[in-house]
Design a protein around this ligand. Structure first.
Ligand code: GDP
Length: 507
């Protein structure tokens, strides 16, 4: 939320129509040439290998545009208290002490970005939700099932000191019915004397048990080396499917009307296929034709699966949100207009922003709207959702079917923005205009200069600025704002990052 406060403090000049005109009517070729000169000037600066990569993805070769590859996903599952969170901490290399998860305490965060060597991957930590002892078999398995749905590989953690319990066996049955690779981890093997206990776990039929001590780090490097041989380079779960239907996640807190929306969409329109030809891996998605176009709604099984466990319901919901986001290109966040916009709504939207997916806001239950509530809603919208004022907004009723068809143009606009590439010439012309219009404040008598800028990626549009000094966050927000004012980007988050580079010393 800190960003909102800062945004309020920022005061920028209002954009001048002439500037918009100049940028939009630019002679592309001349601008491109000018950008090429700026770019050539970068050779006087100390650049890193990664800078060269960014500069090479530039539109001097439009085919070179990269999609940020979907990182492979590793899920950790297992009974309560086997040490899942400790292992997650260890893998993430967190410095802080391992915090024992308190059962029933909700953690919003379920997925984390992890690194090992030069490999990056996403981890799904199910450790934040420790189910009740009652019905534990079913709930551990149900929880594991969602995590497995979204994973490319699974770490199944067993406490070597306790051995395999009936709950473990329950989960094993579920794991064996999926065709995801499973790595069996025997945790709490703090020294060699305990290794025979780990070896007993061969009997689970999941192959070699990997003895580790998450707490002390013992065996974790070997385990990680092995994980890297199992995890694909690019996620198969969330991979780009060129030319396929676009992937939509329906998100929102419980009872806002997600399943009603889905049922209405599916019920009134033809469900094209339930199971995609040739792919058995995703029976959890559904393809639906709306307004003549086929869409793929991801993880509809997760929406339909009603959550009856009182405890852990929130965690289950955030797990679903993260899982669906990994697979989706665009999210429809459903809000219930008969209720105040809550912190939970905002958190879900923030997860979408963090994931870099395109965003559409669906204000549902519009049939319940009256004038009074409407006034409050507008106020709440301005107060809590100002940071996503760029997201298309559709007022719908899943119950009556009101304006559901308007979701389609909203999704299309959002995806188009998400796919947008601004030519380097245009972008650098804009950067030059902005430096003239509103120069960066002096810092210690010096003024950081932007040497060159490029859009390094789409999905979402990601801009990189090469600078001679640190640009204030406020100044970066100014640039972001101007980018939106000129190019729109309706429905897509955009990122502007900077790389401060020094002039190469002459010898
Ligand atoms: P989910 O938990 O987000 O999937 O929410 P549901 O689809 O189960 O809906 C929760 C409740 O809200 C149910 O009682 C629905 O009938 C009701 N509901 C859903 N959409 C609408 C709507 O557009 N108008 C009204 N009045 N009720 C709705």
């Amino acid at each position: 939320m800190a960003d909102h406060d800062d945004a309020e403090r920022d005061s920028y000049p209002k954009i001048d129509d002439k500037l918009v005109e100049r940028i939009t009517s630019l002679d592309d070729e001349a601008a491109q040439q000018r950008a090429a000169t700026l770019r050539a000037g970068l050779s006087d600066y100390d650049l890193e290998d990664d800078d060269i990569d960014v500069l090479d993805t530039d539109d001097f070769d439009p085919d070179a545009i990269t999609y940020l590859p979907a990182l492979p996903v590793l899920a950790i599952v297992g009974r309560p208290n086997v040490g899942k969170s400790a292992l997650v901490n260890r893998i993430l290399g967190r410095r802080e002490a391992v915090v024992q998860d308190t059962p029933g305490v909700t953690r919003d965060r379920v997925t984390y970005k992890a690194e090992y060597g030069d490999r990056r991957f996403t981890m799904v930590d199910t450790g934040g939700w420790e189910p009740d002892a009652r019905g534990i078999n079913a709930s551990v398995a149900a929880q594991a099932e969602i995590a497995v749905d979204l994973a490319d590989a699974v770490l199944f953690v067993v406490d070597a000191n306790v051995g395999a319990t009936s709950t473990d066996e329950h989960v094993v049955r579920m794991l064996r019915s999926t065709n995801k690779p499973v790595i069996l981890v025997a945790n709490k093997v703090d020294d060699t004397r305990q290794e025979p206990e780990a070896a007993v776990l061969w009997s689970l039929g999941l192959g070699q048990p990997w003895p580790v001590s998450a707490l002390h780090g013992r065996g974790v490097a070997d385990l990680l080396d092995h994980i890297m041989t199992v995890l694909p380079q690019v996620s198969a779960v969330a991979k780009e499917e060129v030319g396929g239907p676009r992937r939509v996640a329906i998100l929102g807190r419980p009872n806002v009307g997600k399943s009603s929306l889905l049922n209405k969409a599916v019920g009134e329109e033809r469900v094209v296929v339930n199971e995609l030809a040739g792919t058995t891996r995703d029976p959890v998605d559904e393809q639906v034709e709306i307004a003549g176009k086929v869409w793929r709604f991801v993880d509809t099984a997760g929406i339909r699966r009603r959550m009856n466990l009182a405890q852990g319901a929130d965690f289950y919901a955030s797990l679903r949100t993260s899982a669906a986001l990994e697979k989706a290109e665009v999210a429809i966040v459903v809000l219930d207009v008969s209720d105040v916009i809550s912190e939970q709504d905002v958190r879900i939207i923030d997860l979408v922003l963090e994931s870099g997916r395109a965003l559409v806001l669906a204000f549902n239950k519009w049939d319940l709207m009256d004038d009074d509530r409407r006034r409050y809603l507008e106020r709440e919208y301005e107060q809590d959702l100002a940071h996503v004022a760029w997201a298309p907004r559709v007022n719908i009723s899943a119950k009556t079917g009101r304006h559901l068809e308007k979701l389609v143009p909203a999704l299309e606009v959002a995806l188009e923005s998400w796919d947008t590439r601004i030519p380097t010439g245009k972008f650098n012309a804009l950067v030059a205009e902005l430096a003239a219009e509103h120069p960066h404040p002096l810092r210690g008598g010096k003024q950081p200069r932007i040497l060159f800028g490029t859009q390094a990626a789409i999905r979402p549009p990601t801009f990189v600025l090469f600078t001679t000094g640190f640009l204030d966050p406020g100044y970066r927000r100014f640039i972001t704002r101007r980018l939106r004012e000129i190019f729109g980007f309706q429905g897509s988050p955009i990122n502007v990052s900077m790389r401060v580079r020094e002039k190469r010393k002459r010898t």
